[in-house]
Design a protein around this ligand. Structure first.
Ligand code: SAH
Ligand code: SF4
Length: 372
């Protein structure tokens, strides 16, 4: 090893001596830490409206405060190591964290910008950003590529927040433009609830990005006790449940976590969850050919969701090298959806966006690791 390279031990030391990142804090917390407190609002504005990457650029702060901030905090740096554009307008990012681990974030273009006949803007682009909360995942679902690397690390709140800040800056997305966030990238959000809930508060802060809680969706594999805990936090976020199977036996095969938290426990937790009046709990159902795509499954799903203000999102399984699972037939997807809608359930079909780039969660990272 050359003397310029950082050894593993040195990296560990750097990690333990790392200053906290400024994006870990809500504006309210910062106003307790920074004196006089109104300066916290200015710091927030520099970070989340003007997207600066150093304290020196925060021009209206006195030099002494800038020096103090530099000494105590850092601005969480995410290094973009790969970016892929898809034909449908989605962009997939691979970020390197300071410890060398990598995570994915996807900017999804939900609606293109449209103009009126006179050339004025009818509506702006509509974006959803899919963010990661862990490197790898403990849950170990058999169909998921992220699971293959096992669990490596939890992201900090600052690392989660920076994914959105980076992407807004990189795409010149105006500070006050609305956008939606889904915690559907790598990792299980409820396994890192502290950092995830904190990031949600930072996103929602009216002096910062002001992304309302009802524009944020936390997706979980169904850790029932944590769903209850999340509900009690009263963040106001939407909930998505990755259900994928309607009986415990099959669900255990697909998602071993079902042994600890079975389907009924999830349904009970969902029923107790505080849902925004205008919203529904989303049930994600990943459809795998000949595994869970039968009409019988559709019937059981309908019965299971009886009495829950829900909507169902059918997702095409997106195959990758080394998996035995197959993408379902379009006709089976349609029949499944038709059955549910005919019986009054809201049900949409989701094509993994960005299919021509490395599509489903974990796939860009996997490509990168293979190339190394
Ligand atoms: N851990 C959380 C959130 C991240 S996974 C959860 O499981 O809900 C987000 C979604 O991606 C899940 O619904 C998961 O089922 C889906 N997914 C995983 N692998 C996939 C694949 N190969 N094709 C399509 N969707 C996949
Ligand atoms: Fe983890 Fe979600 Fe992948 Fe399951 S689907 S292994 S919970 S990231």
């Amino acid at each position: 090893m050359s003397h310029l390279q950082i050894s593993k031990d040195e990296r560990e030391i750097m990690k333990t001596e790392k200053k906290p990142s400024i994006q870990d804090y809500t504006r309210e917390e910062l106003s307790q830490l920074i004196k006089p407190s109104f300066r916290a609002k200015q710091v927030y504005s520099w970070l989340y409206h003007k997207y600066v990457n150093s304290f020196d650029e925060m021009k209206n702060l006195p030099q002494a405060l800038k020096d103090d901030l530099k000494e105590k905090y850092r601005i969480e740096p995410l290094k973009m190591i790969r970016k892929e554009n898809s034909k449908d307008g989605s962009t997939k990012y691979l970020f390197e964290l300071e410890d060398g681990n990598t995570v994915e974030t996807v900017l999804l273009l939900m609606k293109k910008k449209q103009f009126n006949e006179d050339g004025s803007v009818k509506h702006q682009e509509k974006y959803t950003v899919c963010i990661s909360c862990q490197v790898g995942c403990k849950v170990g679902c058999s169909f998921c590529l992220t699971a293959k690397s096992g669990f490596i690390a939890n992201l900090t709140a600052g690392e989660i927040v920076e994914q959105i800040r980076f992407i807004k800056k990189d795409n010149n997305i105006d500070a006050n433009r609305r956008l939606n966030i889904v915690y559907m990238g790598m990792g299980e959000p409820l396994d890192n609830l502290g950092a995830v809930s904190q990031s949600s508060r930072v996103f929602a802060d009216l002096d910062g990005m002001a992304i309302a809680p009802h524009r944020q969706t936390i997706s979980t594999s169904g850790l029932s006790t944590k769903i209850v805990k999340l509900g009690k936090m009263e963040l106001g976020v939407n909930l998505a449940i990755s259900l994928h199977a309607v009986d415990d036996e099959l669900r255990e095969q697909l998602m071993p976590i079902n042994k600890a938290y079975n389907i009924q426990s999830i349904i009970d937790a969902v029923k107790a969850f505080p849902i925004n009046d205008r919203k529904r709990v989303m049930f994600e159902y990943l459809v795998i050919k000949d595994v869970n795509d039968s009409m019988d499954a559709a019937k059981k799903l309908l019965a299971l969701l009886n009495g829950i203000k829900s909507k169902v999102n059918l997702i095409y399984f997106n195959p990758y090298g080394g998996t035995e699972y197959k993408r379902p037939e379009e006709k089976d997807m349609k029949a499944f959806q038709e059955y549910l809608t005919k019986h009054g359930l809201h049900c949409t079909i989701r094509e993994s966006k960005g299919l021509d780039i490395s599509a489903a969660c974990g796939q860009l990272r996997d490509n990168e690791l293979e190339e190394k």
